[in-house]
Design a binder for this molecule. Structure first.
Ligand code: ADP
Ligand code: MG
Length: 681
């Protein structure tokens, strides 16, 4: 038996420093290693003649070394240079700072080189090609996997480590899918699939291997989600809220007319609330589509039926804003709302907890603070979580446990294509607000390069002079908060002392204390700040109608869904609003992505494009959906497989709802392995 939980440090070629690098990639065990799949592959199988090489293509050549390698010093670097030739032409190979290469090549010997061709005036150069001796196939001469990597860990190294790891497991892996399934769906066995996904001999091998691994990954997700949904059905009955309590009583007091979409979702919610089934509903709606008022109506119904409601928001800023909105409307209807965030005084907190337990508070609005153990409700009947992707499934469950089967409404402004949502949120029913309130001005969006900086800055100044306010969002620097922080501070320095020195500039970032953040947001709301420089902390739900400019620096580094969220911070008032996407680099992909942003304001279209242009790994990674990350499946490419697998999963569970049959034991283990983390965290 092979121990897949074995620490990577026991794998051949992995010393202490490499362990750290592997850990950085999330590879801790042998299992992590062999399921660390290549990002792409390069076909280094078929050599080309040098005379056939085209500029920019990646090519394998077989050539003879013509001279001894020379070294040239260039601006503090040394460049190694080697001339090679085959029957048709010669080529120059260059490397930087790799003096040890001197001894690798002997004049007159044949080598294989693989790299990117640069062809200028008929002269062929390869920059830092990889190489092998004629008879070796370490780096060239086959289909080579390319892994997503971290600094300091070259492809050739991880490839060697992977080979060693695979050698350990090949032939010893236990089949993870039941026989009857691999047979019926013609799936490759786990040993071959694992080997071929890393080192396919032909691309055909890769397709067969990938097919099996994707099937397995999607099947385990589907089974887990469907089981969750079934569990709700087995649960004891939920609350039946009063039919006599009419949501229309709130609607009539609103200063605006609800959109048709808002009415429709409210009907769906009201129906759920009146039935004896526990509501588990996801409410999707673009930024600004008016989800808050929907939550308010649901809370009204709960309270007037004799229960309490909890509203959970991801940031103190948002929670405070919700409190204001709720009080504005509901206090007149005799409903008592309170705010619980970590920033409040001990005395105030004790008072709130006391009144909550006595039932003197009807609606408690707050942040994570609501989940804490000492928060006790008298009779919690409805839980609403806002901006769901910020909360894990566990948190959702934890707050729900404070009542007896309360109804749960989960709100998100992260639109997902409907087909996907139906599948991914298999454990929730879904309502969608697909319409914005009338009279919203379209946010003018433009994408600009560096050369426009002055004009943009002048435009901002002009708008500020007219009394408007602007957000400037900083580039994301990797997934590293400290670096992000630095970039905010740096930008703040330049902007506050140079470019916008005559204006009131402030900055805000995620690492500040909640109280500091609130103070700054409060000042911004009160127009005491003209220009707010920020990280993505302002991404979620903040409402400052007077702010009409959103500048996003290095917007090429953000996902489309995220850009759309950021853009949603403006366009909330009566003024024409602008979103300025500054970007560097002119890659085809960046160009396409910016085009999407400029052309549409529709979050659903944007999320679909995002998925298409980035792949689902990124998509879900960035959005922290609380869903398992997909290691190999790509929800855009694999949508057909996903549909097929969904029906397979349903068939399996229909016959064996709890996966108790002997033949389904492997499936049960699969789900347990994969989802232990998701459900528990
Ligand atoms: P989100 O869905 O992003 O949470 P909000 O609930 O914050 O959106 O609503 C955005 C703004 O639109 C708020 O100022 C809200 O009062 C307003 N609003 C909501 N519904 C309507 C409507 N039907 N007509 C006009 N304004 C509306
Ligand atoms: Mg909102």
């Amino acid at each position: 038996m092979i121990d897949l939980q074995k620490d990577v440090k026991y794998i051949k070629g992995v010393g202490p420093s490499r362990v750290l690098l592997l850990n950085k990639l999330g590879i801790f065990t042998l299992k992590d290693l062999i399921t660390y799949y290549p990002r792409t592959y390069e076909d280094r199988n078929k050599p080309k003649y040098i005379c056939e090489c085209e500029d920019g293509e990646e090519v394998l050549i077989e050539a003879i070394a013509c001279n001894k390698m020379t070294s040239i010093r260039l601006k503090g670097k040394t460049m190694q240079k080697l001339i090679v030739r085959d029957e048709t032409a010669s080529a120059t190979l260059t490397w930087f700072n790799q003096p040890y290469l001197r001894d690798k090549f002997s004049i007159g010997n044949k080598y294989k080189f693989f790299g990117k061709v640069s062809k200028k005036a008929g002269k062929i150069t390869f920059n830092s090609p990889v190489y092998d001796n004629e008879e070796k196939n370490q780096n060239t001469g086959r289909i080579i996997p390319i892994y997503p990597l971290t600094y300091g860990l070259p492809q050739s190294t991880i490839r060697k480590i992977m080979e060693a790891g695979l050698k350990d497991v090949y032939g010893n892996l236990e089949e993870s899918l039941p026989d009857y399934i691999t047979k019926e769906y013609n799936l490759e066995n786990i040993n071959e699939a694992t080997k071929h996904i890393h080192f396919p001999e032909e691309f055909k091998d890769f397709n067969i291997a990938r097919n099996r691994l994707v099937f397995e990954e999607l099947l385990s997700v589907q089974l887990a989600l469907l089981q969750l949904k079934n569990n709700y059905m087995y649960e004891e009955k939920g609350i039946q809220f009063e039919k006599e309590v009419k949501i229309s009583d709130v609607i009539n007091t609103l200063p605006f007319k609800l959109t048709n979409a808002q009415r429709r979702v409210l009907e769906e919610i009201e129906q759920d609330m009146e039935s004896d089934k526990t509501m588990n509903r996801l409410l999707q709606g673009d930024v600004g589509s008016g989800k808050t008022v929907v939550a308010m109506c649901a809370a009204y119904k709960a309270v007037k039926s004799g229960y309490q409601a909890a509203i959970m928001a991801p940031t103190a800023i948002l929670a405070t804003q919700h409190l204001e909105n709720f009080r504005n409307i509901l206090e007149n209807l005799g409903i008592r709302c309170e705010l619980l965030i970590s920033g409040i005084t001990k005395k105030k907190k004790e008072d709130i907890l006391q009144r909550l337990e006595n039932g003197e508070i009807d609606i408690l609005i707050g942040t994570h603070a609501i989940i804490e153990e000492n928060v006790v409700f008298k009779n919690l009947g409805l839980v609403v979580t806002d901006e769901q992707h910020r909360f894990g499934v566990k948190q959702r469950t934890k707050i729900a446990e404070k009542g007896e089967n309360p109804d749960v409404l989960v709100m998100t402004a992260t639109p997902i294509p409907r087909t996907l949502a139906l599948i991914l949120y298999g454990d929730l029913d879904i309502s969608i607000i697909d319409e914005l309130p009338p009279n919203r001005k379209k946010i003018e969006t433009i994408a600009v390069g560096k050369q426009m900086t002055d004009r943009i800055n002048n435009f901002i100044k002009q708008q500020v002079k007219e009394g408007r306010q602007a957000y400037i969002v900083c580039p994301l620097v990797e997934e590293n908060e400290e670096m992000d922080l630095k970039s905010v501070e740096k930008l703040y320095q330049t902007y506050s002392t140079e470019v916008f020195s005559e204006y009131r500039v402030e900055y805000i970032h995620g690492k500040m204390k909640a109280k500091e953040k609130d103070e700054i947001m409060e000042k911004f709301k009160n127009k005491e700040i003209d220009i707010l420089i920020s990280t993505t902390v302002i991404e979620v739900g903040v409402d400052v109608p007077n702010a009409n400019i959103m500048v996003i620096e290095n917007s090429e580094r953000f996902g489309l869904a995220q850009l759309h969220q950021l853009r949603g911070r403006v366009g909330r008032g009566e003024y024409q609003s602008y979103c300025i996407l500054k970007c560097e680099g002119k890659s085809e992909n960046t160009r396409k992505r910016m085009k999407v942003m400029v052309e549409t304001n529709d979050g659903f279209i944007i999320s679909e494009k995002d998925l298409e242009l980035r792949g689902s790994g990124d998509f879900f990674g960035t959005m922290q959906h609380g869903l398992p990350e997909f290691k190999i499946a790509n929800l855009f490419e694999d949508i057909e497989m996903l549909k097929m697998v969904q029906s397979v999963a349903m068939k399996i569970l229909e016959e064996d709802p709890k996966l108790e049959q002997e033949k389904n034991q492997q499936l049960k283990n699969l789900i347990r392995d994969k989802f232990a983390k998701r459900i528990e965290i």
